[in-house]
Design a protein around this ligand. Structure first.
Ligand code: SF4
Length: 485
């Protein structure tokens, strides 16, 4: 799962996550989350597990019995942010909350394991992404004065039997995870080491969770996975064991386009999005299924990482530049109004100026709506970290990154300008950050639109006439409810 930090509001990164509390729960949980949507959804699963142990969530660190930080390990910077937070906890524990216990969850916990306890004395508990169900036992050990660690990666665990407790929810859109882990071994990526092998969740439990959200009047569901295109249900277990499954299991297996079709058909009034896709595993069946259903949003986050075949090869991306461009051509042929976003890494080991120019040329070819662009950050334990030289000087990485960002900005404006004068269906998700008298929502292309509130309310589907735009946001006027409302 290429990192989609920005999609989770900046204001959520590292901010205490809360939900409505239970009267009988007496203990207080302070939980904050870093990184991607999977981590956000995992924090909701952890809140559900601890809710059963009598924990309510709080935003007040000083009153918390238990403080959990769900960590990210995708870049050096992400880990540095977590270490800074641990220093903050340390101060609060010393000054005003001696009873508080501290635990680290997520990818950094999985990467460092027991070492986390040695490196950060404030930490009492280290739990990897597949071991959250063991939290009650681990907490018992902690309250008996012992440090507790569980970083075992699982072959089965999908938390399909846990109904997540929605944290910081707007009551309109929610995440539902469908797969865990990743079998692609991109040389720069820690995810396969921190989240284990691919396994998919039973479609039955996915549909049940969506039903429970629809019953609570949620209007939009984002199906989540490190690599949703790799979704394959054949009765449980690791995807890599599919070939060993019975003929019946193979014949009745459910792949991603079939799951998407099941969701969109069963819940015709609910909007569906998904993240994250992988060009090497994506089949055109998914695009045809998107074309078939109005309620599947016409937006794909399609990471590429580089436009150079030499770099794609060094990154162990199982596709060439040409194959990626052919996929993009087919996507636009089937759904011309599709919106695409990218992930790009500049300054990867051995990247030449020509490789960089190939990346800029690929961006010029696709003209993405938006993107997540980073300079290569060497990760310990990855193949690139072990075997390749992080040889691109910082100044060169910085200059190349700025060129990629500037080009993306130009294309983003080109794409938003395509919406001027059009009337688009928008789902109201909240108040605009910049103007309390305006609603914000997104169209099917995932482009943010702001418009005066009038008599409309949160969760309404409204038609908005687009009158103006910046490279990131459309501005308009609501002209009535959409027929989906
Ligand atoms: S290994 Fe590759 S496909 Fe898998 S999560 Fe990392 S970047 Fe994505």
């Amino acid at each position: 799962m290429e990192h989609v930090e920005k999609i989770i509001d900046d204001k959520i990164q590292g901010k205490a996550l809360v939900t409505e509390n239970k009267k009988d729960n007496t203990k207080k949980l302070f939980i904050e989350s870093y990184g991607c949507q999977m981590n956000m959804n995992d924090s909701e699963i952890v809140a559900a597990i601890l809710d059963k142990e009598g924990y309510n969530t709080t935003q007040v660190l000083e009153e918390a019995d238990l403080v959990l930080v769900n960590t990210c390990s995708i870049r050096e910077k992400a880990e540095t942010s977590v270490r800074k937070r641990l220093q903050k906890y340390n101060r609060v524990k010393k000054e005003s909350n001696k009873k508080m216990k501290v635990g680290v969850l997520g990818c950094m916990a999985e990467r460092l394991k027991e070492k986390f306890l040695e490196e950060e004395k404030i930490v009492d508990l280290v739990v990897g992404p597949d071991a959250y169900k063991d939290l009650p036992n681990l907490l018992e050990e902690v309250y008996e004065g012992r440090d507790a660690v569980n970083v075992i990666l699982s072959k089965e665990e999908t938390y399909g039997d846990i109904s997540p407790v929605r944290l910081n929810s707007n009551g309109v859109s929610a995440f539902v995870s469908i797969t865990r882990g990743c079998d692609n071994m991109c040389t720069f990526c820690v995810v396969p080491f921190t989240r284990g092998r691919e396994r998919s969740r039973d479609p039955k439990s996915i549909l049940e969770e969506i039903q429970s959200m629809v019953d609570k009047d949620f209007k939009e569901i984002t199906l989540l996975g490190q690599n949703v295109d790799s979704f394959l249900w054949f009765g449980g277990g690791l995807k890599k064991d599919f070939k060993k499954a019975t003929e019946m299991a193979q014949a009745t297996a459910v792949d991603f386009s079939q799951l998407l079709d099941m969701c969109a058909t069963k819940f015709p009034k609910t909007r569906f999005r998904f993240s994250t896709s992988n060009p090497q595993d994506m089949s055109l069946d998914v695009i045809h299924t998107m074309a078939k259903h109005k309620n599947i949003c016409k937006y794909i986050h399609l990471p590429v990482q580089s436009g150079s075949n030499a770099m794609l090869n060094a990154m162990n991306r199982q596709h060439t530049r040409e194959e990626y461009m052919e996929l993009v051509d087919n996507i636009f042929k089937i759904i011309p109004e599709m919106s695409l976003s990218q992930d790009m890494i500049v300054g990867f080991c051995g990247e030449t100026e020509q490789d960089h120019q190939d990346t800029l040329a690929l961006m010029e070819y696709v003209k993405y709506d938006f993107g997540f662009m980073f300079a290569y950050s060497e990760r310990p334990g990855t193949l690139a970290g072990k075997k390749m030289d992080d040889d691109i000087p910082h100044a060169v990485k910085k200059r190349r990154l700025q060129e990629v960002i500037d080009l993306q900005q130009k294309h983003a404006l080109y794409r938003t300008q395509q919406h001027l004068g059009k009337t688009e269906e928008v789902l109201i998700e909240g108040t605009s950050k910049k103007n309390p008298n305006e609603w914000k929502g997104r169209n099917t292309q995932n482009t943010v639109i702001v418009f005066p509130k009038k008599h409309y309310k949160l969760g309404d589907f409204v038609n908005v006439k687009v009158e103006d735009c910046t490279s990131a946001t459309l501005k308009g006027t609501a002209v009535g409810y959409s027929d989906n409302n």
